[in-house]
Design a protein around this ligand. Sequence first.
Ligand SMILES: Cc1cc2nc3c(=O)[nH]c(=O)nc-3n(C[C@H](O)[C@H](O)[C@H](O)COP(=O)(O)OP(=O)(O)OC[C@H]3O[C@@H](n4cnc5c(N)ncnc54)[C@H](O)[C@@H]3O)c2cc1C
Length: 396
Amino acid sequence: MDLRDRPEDEAFRKEVRAWLDAHVVGDFAALGGRGGSGDETYGFETRRRWERLLAEGGWTCIGWPIEHGGRGASIAHQVIFNEEYVRAGAPGRVSVLGEGLLGPTLIQYGTPEQQARFLPPILAGTELWCQGYSEPNAGSDLANVQTKARREGDDWVITGQKVWTSGAHQADWCFVVCRTEPGSERHRGLSYLLVPMDQSGVEVRPITQLTRTSEFNEVFFDGARTPYDHVVGEVGDGWRVALATLAFERGVGLLGHQVSFRRELDHLFELAMANGKTSDPVVRQRLARSYAELEILRFNTLRSLSGYDGPVAPPEASIIKLYWATWHRQLGELAMDVLGPAGLMVDSAPYELDEFQRTFLFSRSETIYGGSNEIQKNIIGERVLGLPPEPKGTAR
Ligand SMILES: Cc1cc2nc3c(=O)[nH]c(=O)nc-3n(C[C@H](O)[C@H](O)[C@H](O)COP(=O)(O)OP(=O)(O)OC[C@H]3O[C@@H](n4cnc5c(N)ncnc54)[C@H](O)[C@@H]3O)c2cc1C
């Protein structure tokens, strides 16, 4: 595996860097790269403006095929784009779910009419999406979805509850997995509907998280409507479409994290040197270990992606998800030890957490969303190592 840029990679890197250097200025530079996980409300309107500017430059959805408005960028170029994006301190993206999950799903399963209606506003950064999968009794066990939809004339009418829906309070549309075949069970009789959020039948209730922000929500559908042709794939075949979206989710997760992790670790080194914690041999050893493990993560990601150019991640992506989520959670714990008592202090309410307090608290959720650590271990056992499967019907 050769880790150096090839000449065409180098040219692409220069092009990305030049565009970002020219555009991450003023309000956008002032955000200081913020607006990521656990920090999603920060500068939201500025980040929406940024998304449109990014789109004008042709830098949204770069991995989508050219015929659907993307650049058809290879995985290597998507990695380069992400590296340069973080290096430039560009604002946290607001259209992650539309670009990374729904768009690729529509490209694979959508009708030409659905593609023509929904892909351009994702490319342009003008319509935001959220993911309506999880319910109070359907998380890891997604096949237990109970939200129902029935046909009424030219519409679907939807009733039920979703939970942990990231960005529902900011989204224009939701892709919702629901039961369209009365009396069906498990993965049979489900459909994948595209539902507008701005209507009286949809109520969004934000859930306040440990970080004091409300990245996710409860979403109640009480007679919500969407046109009958807004079903992706066949009616009753939603499970297959929902799984395709999940495979994109694991793929997207591979690309963005490592450069921002490196920046966080560098900040922690600076902090530890400034407050004298590097004189503690145990802290020093943990810092060195974090550094080494981050390098392992980088090499493993590159290994898993090398020679691989499809949009969907290979099953080995679960190894990387398990590794990065666990690594980041441990970094949060180490950061608290480096901060010492200062890590426990905030200004009087309403307060903002600092970078490391946010990491410490929000990283707990990273071992849950996108498939919890335990579910990743099941996938690794069954699909990577070929171990006997656990009894069916308990995990997604
Ligand atoms: C920050 C955040 C954002 C999220 N955003 C969204 C979103 O936008 N849209 C959406 O639909 N959902 C979202 N989720 C929900 C997420 O997908 C679920 O939380 C996740 O699938 C786990 O489901 P659960 O919370 O119901 O836990 P459960 O499935 O009830 O799991 C509880 C515990 O049991 C373990 N467990 C469960 N089944 C097994 C098994 N078979 N073998 C071993 N252990 C098992 C789990 O690992 C976990 O530790 C988000 C979650 C978080 C934390």
